[in-house]
Design a protein around this ligand. Structure first.
Ligand code: ZN
Length: 162
């Protein structure tokens, strides 16, 4: 969680706040839960443990808000002739990486997978997930992998091709 802390008083309405509008502000007391199964507890979002009923009040988690707003934190493209030939295997890596990462971070989800002419574009609610998938595909198949960060947009673009 990236939060800007500022001890000095700021005049007017320029209140210091989190760089990422999708992260919870401090001060949410107790626990809350989202319909997707994420639970906000101890100042962070966690996976609900399976046997536990969600408690506390309902809250829409940052990942679900990004999905509703159609505002991804990561955009990953996988392209090229090699991709086209090995699409099924590569898609397996994408799915496995998504599932593994989600266990660690319930706010990391694939939003949309869009078929393109010679590849796919995958949008994610978490920038690190897009990077992780790109790295996993690169680890298995090499090719070209590029990252491009846009600070103002709070967005990482990951491009893999072979
Ligand atoms: Zn949610």
């Amino acid at each position: 969680m990236v939060t800007v802390s500022n001890r000095t008083k700021v005049k007017g309405d320029r209140t210091p706040r989190s760089m990422d509008v999708y992260h919870e502000k401090e001060g949410i007391k107790g626990s809350s839960y989202c319909e997707c199964g994420a639970v906000f507890r101890g100042k962070r979002w966690q996976n609900a443990s399976g046997d536990q009923q969600p408690e506390g009040r309902k809250l829409v988690c940052p990942a679900c808000r990004r999905i509703a707003d159609r505002t991804p934190a990561g955009i990953l493209t996988l392209q090229g002739d090699f991709f086209t030939k090995h699409e099924a295997e590569i898609n397996n890596i994408v799915r496995n990486t998504e599932q593994t990462y989600y266990q660690k971070n319930p706010l990391a989800k694939v939003m949309e997978t869009r078929k393109e002419d010679n590849g796919v574009t995958i949008t994610t609610t978490d920038g690190k997930l897009a990077q992780k998938i790109g790295r996993e595909v690169f680890k298995s198949y090499r090719g070209d992998l590029n990252f491009m960060w846009s600070q103002s947009e709070d967005l990482v673009r990951v491009a893999w091709s072979r």
